[in-house]
Ligand binder design. Structure first.
Ligand SMILES: NC(=O)c1ccc[n+]([C@@H]2O[C@H](COP(=O)([O-])OP(=O)(O)OC[C@H]3O[C@@H](n4cnc5c(N)ncnc54)[C@H](O)[C@@H]3O)[C@@H](O)[C@H]2O)c1
Length: 445
């Protein structure tokens, strides 16, 4: 009885100590993984008044951050420098310092391998390292996108193996990150953030830390699944609009006008637009985490598989359209100079991961006589062993091309100049029409 009361007191005092640190913003916050999610997250909490330490395995990233140079468009270099000067943010590769933190946020990658199976090794490795260094009373929040059960298996298990009791002397929650790189309207301060803890106390503490945007859910698995569900929803709807695009081409109906017509419905329809494929670190990856989990339970997620076939097929479909377009203009692909405008996975950001335009470049570079890529957000593009150089926008390059392919329509491109200087355009995103520049030399996706 006395032991139970003592334990309860100990738990209460750890919990209230953390609550106090959170209330006074004196809690030391550690962010593990300083990439597209981790770095803006670290800056967000540092700007809120916390003292934040960023942990990364990349020496280059840590060194450049400490010089005030970041690699993420959404983070401003001046703000970063100010946070460093005010000693609100520092970065390190020294994992021993994890033990000094009151709150740990894990933002490491969760990619898939070539077979599209989850590569959970980053989360697993961090789970072990955290368990090795962490101290009583710390709150650990996993933010990486992953399948339900990951937090329990890879974060809680190593901690309990070291004798911690989750919800008593250590607090664990899952809170997926909804960062949308390049989105000027929604950011960490105004996007609701789902929070599910291992216990009620864990959820309470995590919500207190996250603040006004926290959206409490019942159970950690709901929180884990909700993020994958959001992205699977997008994956499947993108497949639907891509399938409609291929069909519309057969039926000689304009897909873009069809989408605009359907979008006039003020309820029950959500606008998605087609493209060369689906890219990035999230949408083409996360559904496969769910597919893997479903398979483990003997269940087939047929819509995810089908959406994968359709979305992945768009690269080849685009290639075929390019081939046909050149042929219709009496040009042979093997003798053509093709210029591709924009190659990152979405507009106005520098992230090339899983970009369908890069997959299209991989096909084109073997087939055309001359391939030029104009990509203002990258210095080079790696395709397997090959490094493709990247050019700056120059009207002369367009004038000498047989075909200009609009891959990723960055806002910095001058569409009038593109239109006036190109002789033939394959527009995968309908920017020409949207900018009032539709003419005989423009072919839509
Ligand atoms: N990029 C996005 O737009 C986005 C949006 C929402 C959620 N997510 C999810 O957030 C997670 C992180 O994605 P990201 O895009 O920031 O990845 P990223 O590759 O940009 O960054 C991950 C960072 O983690 C570091 N890292 C790897 N192993 C580590 C270790 N053991 N210890 C410390 N650091 C380590 C890497 O060096 C890298 O800097 C993923 O699960 C992703 O699905 C990403």
């Amino acid at each position: 009885m006395i032991t139970a009361i003592t334990q309860e007191r100990a738990q209460y005092s750890l919990q209230s100590a953390l609550q106090r640190e959170l209330k006074n913003k004196t809690a030391k916050v550690g962010v593990i993984g300083l990439g597209y999610v981790g770095l803006p997250t670290a800056c967000h909490y540092a700007s809120m008044g916390y003292k934040v330490t960023g942990f990364d395995v990349s020496v280059t990233k840590v060194e450049s951050l400490m010089c005030g140079i970041n690699y993420i468009n959404d983070v401003d270099n001046d703000e970063l420098t100010e946070l460093i000067n005010k000693k609100r943010f520092t970065a390190t590769t020294d994992m021993k310092q994890l033990g000094e933190m009151h709150v740990l946020l894990i933002c490491v990658p969760t990619p898939v391998n070539k077979l599209k199976e989850p590569d959970i090794s980053y989360v697993r490795d961090v789970g072990k390292i955290v368990a090795e260094h962490v101290n009583e009373g710390t709150m650990v929040i996993l933010e990486s996108t992953t399948y339900p059960g990951t937090t329990e298996e890879y974060i809680c298990t190593p901690l309990t193996e070291r004798g911690y009791v989750i919800g008593e002397n250590l607090f664990v929650a899952y809170s997926p990150e909804r960062i949308d790189p390049g989105n000027k309207r929604f950011n960490l301060s105004n996007t609701p953030k789902i929070v599910g803890g291992m216990t009620e106390i864990c959820t309470d503490l995590a919500c207190k830390f996250i603040g006004a945007t926290a959206q409490r859910v019942n159970g950690i698995r709901v929180a884990e699944l909700s993020k994958i569900f959001e992205n699977t929803f997008r994956w499947i709807n993108m497949a639907l609009v891509n399938e409609m695009t291929v069909l519309c081409n057969e039926l000689e109906i304009d897909i873009w006008e069809t989408i605009n017509a359907a979008s006039s419905k003020p309820y029950g329809f959500m606008k998605f637009t087609p493209g060369i494929g689906v890219g990035g670190h999230c949408i083409p990856v996360d559904p496969y985490y769910l597919l893997y989990k479903a398979k483990e339970h003997g269940h087939r997620t047929k819509m995810i598989e089908l959406a994968g076939d359709i979305n992945d097929g768009m690269v080849h479909y685009s290639y075929t359209r390019i081939l046909e377009l050149l042929a219709a203009n009496d040009k042979l692909m093997k003798h053509s100079h093709v210029v591709v405008l924009g190659a990152t996975y979405k507009s106005d950001i520098g992230d090339l991961r899983e970009s369908p335009v890069v997959r299209l470049l991989e096909i084109l570079q073997n087939k055309v006589q001359n391939l030029t890529v104009i990509e203002p957000y990258a210095t080079e593009i790696q395709i397997n062993e090959l490094i493709l150089p990247v050019e700056k926008y120059d009207a002369d390059i367009l004038q000498n091309a047989d075909l200009v392919v609009i891959g990723t329509p960055h806002n910095c491109f001058d569409w009038k100049s593109v239109h006036d200087n190109a002789s033939l355009i394959f527009d995968s995103k309908n920017v020409m029409e949207e900018n009032g520049l539709l003419s005989d030399k423009v072919a839509k996706l």
